[in-house]
Design a binder for this molecule. Structure first.
Ligand code: MG
Length: 374
């Protein structure tokens, strides 16, 4: 058994899959899902897939599909071709000679994990230290044109079986939305995500929301405002969850030390891969802080890997990974990700993630491809 990743070829596929509805948060929106798939192959037929999944435009992260493609082609892939690629646990560290670029690194690292799991004929969750279990899924609802639209959407997702409902809020569209949902649907598992749209002067909004029994309030204040979050958390019974602020292991350390949050949203893409995301999970667990696995959202390859990670025991809240059909008119894996009637996603049997990449669909949605030989 080789101790390095014995691939002979790498292909990058830039795909664009249309969304059912625009993905809209407090500072921007997109209607197409961009992703750059990293495919590694060996001469004997073993393969591994990863997904670098930055959102189009630059409202969501400083990385875009264009910058990610450029980084992969100019830096990461040449590095992969130049030296033996280590086992997946060391891949993130190995890529640390390049600053930043967590989405691109997550794509490379995901391909290395998948390749390794396929090579060992082992399920990915086992390699990550998780256990076989269905993963509870929660639905996330973007900002809607009217409260009536929002209520209709909540109703649909409750019927689908999702384990909790998350709504996006922004100044002027917050307490009355929560009040309307509570009024109509009662005591359902509900949370709000502000995507950093508020400041401490708005604390009264959160004190008002505190009366509604929310599971958590996600990222109320600015990304860097860790002291302010700690102050806000002291004033609230509702747990504050940090998402945008939990940008790397160092930031998570600060969050823990300052008491800025009682819950952390860990995203594989933002952390730069499965290994650093697992480290974030372990760090939070050691501090007694429960987590959940968020998404950007991503297509099937990255979503499937996030689901395997979400089987680790300190991921106690439902994941944001939803059914493939929730956002995407199509997905590039078979079978698509589905939730059962109780709101759980079951991981298919088999090595790697258990899901297969549908190459015909990759070709159908591809706008750019490049091949590299080792
Ligand atoms: Mg969020």
């Amino acid at each position: 058994m080789p101790t390095t990743i014995d691939f002979s070829e790498i292909r990058l596929h830039w795909v664009q899959v249309p969304l059912h509805e625009p993905f809209k948060i407090s500072n921007g929106e997109v209607s197409i899902k961009d992703a750059i798939l990293v495919e590694m192959r060996s001469s004997d037929g073993c393969s591994g897939w990863g997904e670098a999944s930055p959102m189009g435009g630059s409202f969501y992260s400083s990385e875009t599909p264009e910058t990610t493609w450029d980084f992969l082609v100019r830096k990461a892939i040449p590095a992969l071709l130049a030296t033996p690629v280590p086992a997946p646990e060391e891949c993130f560290e190995w890529l640390s000679e390049f600053p930043g670029e967590p989405f691109a690194k997550a794509g490379v690292e995901g391909a290395v994990w998948d390749f390794w799991a396929n090579r060992k004929a082992a399920p990915l969750y086992r390699m990550l230290g998780g256990r076989a279990r269905p993963v509870p899924s929660g639905a996330a609802i973007g900002l809607m044109p009217t409260a009536g639209d929002l209520l209709a959407r909540v109703e649909t997702f409750l019927k689908d079986g999702y384990r909790r409902i998350k709504i996006k809020i922004m100044p002027g569209h917050d307490v009355e939305l929560v009040r309307a949902i509570r009024g109509r649907f009662g005591d359902i598992p509900l949370m709000v995500d502000a995507n950093a749209a508020y400041c401490m002067d708005d604390a009264a909004v959160f004190e008002e929301l505190d009366a509604y029994g929310l599971i958590m309030i996600e990222q109320p204040l600015g990304r860097k405002e860790l002291e302010e979050h700690a102050e806000l958390q002291r004033r609230l019974r509702t747990p504050v969850c940090l998402d945008e602020s939990a940008e790397d292991l160092e930031a998570i350390n600060h969050i823990i030390r300052l008491g800025s949050a009682k819950i952390i949203n860990i995203k594989v893409q933002r952390m730069g891969g499965l290994a650093p995301a697992k480290q974030a999970h372990d760090q939070a667990r050691a501090a007694g802080i429960p987590c959940w696995a968020g998404t950007m959202p991503e297509l099937g390859v990255a979503s499937a890997q996030a689901l395997h990670l979400a089987t680790l025991d300190n991921f106690t809240f439902p994941t944001d990974v939803e059914a493939s059909s929730r956002w995407f008119k199509d997905d590039i894996i078979v079978p698509p990700i589905e939730i059962d009637g109780d709101g759980f996603i079951c991981l298919p049997e088999g090595p790697g993630t258990g899901w297969q990449v549908d190459k015909e669909k990759v070709a159908r949605y591809r706008i750019r491809c490049e091949e590299f030989k080792a």
